[in-house]
Design a binder for this molecule. Sequence first.
Ligand SMILES: Nc1ncnc2c1ncn2[C@@H]1O[C@H](COP(=O)(O)OP(=O)(O)OP(=O)(O)O)[C@@H](O)[C@H]1O
Ligand SMILES: [Mg+2]
Length: 269
Amino acid sequence: MQPVFRDQTGLVKPGRCDFAPNPTGTVKKLSIFVAKGGTGKTTTAVNLSAGLAERGKRVVLVDADPQGCVSSYFNIEPTGGLAELLLGEQIKLVRLRNNFVVMTSGGTRLWDVSGKLNQFPDRFKQVSKAFVRLRDCDYIIFDCAPSFDVLTYNVLYYAENVLIPVSMDYLSALSAVETVNAIRNFKGSGNCSVLGILPTFYDKRTRMSRIILRMIKDHFGELVTETIIRTNTQINEAPSSGSTIFEHASYSYGAADYLNLIDEMEARL
Ligand SMILES: Nc1ncnc2c1ncn2[C@@H]1O[C@H](COP(=O)(O)OP(=O)(O)OP(=O)(O)O)[C@@H](O)[C@H]1O
Ligand SMILES: [Mg+2]
């Protein structure tokens, strides 16, 4: 069956996003991933996508996590999304804001679909195949689950760039090292390169934040982004009203940090 992209109101063109055609045809792709839970992946994926869209970039945010946290963030049904696309079924893209649409995960169905990917000889290329006709946008950003499974490798293979959020604790820093090593050593991940290591949950009052930041800078050098996302109550509050940090508290330092990240990602991508 032909994949069909819909928005909330109905059918859009088969196999296409509902944006106007991209004249340059170049789509920038980015996955947000680290094999450690709770480091700010979803928060980063949401605010980076929303901020790029506010700047006039046409953004598709894909929830590649069966937990469906992007759907929870915006209070939308996680159906008709990535799971269905991989199964060749009809899907709907949910238009959230101007220039900003979401492909939901498909909910827990994505667990089953992910397991089935191993049956294919080219099991790491199934997301690439499914996305081949999604071109009418400027950015495709993937929010990944915190696990190295076949679905994550599919996303890394397709997106080619990965941003790794590291919260300021020892286990998170270790996970980042393991994640980078695994990506570099895994032949099936194609040309995937690490675009940046993003420090998150930074609190300058704590010695641990300063130690971990030093540690990851010593280890990763220039891969560590200049942007540091500080621990910020407003960032934590924003999902409860389905708002991005820019809508919830545009003058917060959480918003300022994510604006810095957008500048840096636009420059690095
Ligand atoms: N900079 C921040 N300051 C305060 N709270 C934050 C910050 N970033 C994220 N949070 C909060 O921390 C929690 C975990 O963040 P998030 O869901 O983005 O992590 P995650 O890496 O996607 O987790 P998972 O691995 O489970 O998918 C959320 O409640 C979020 O609102
Ligand atoms: Mg998440």
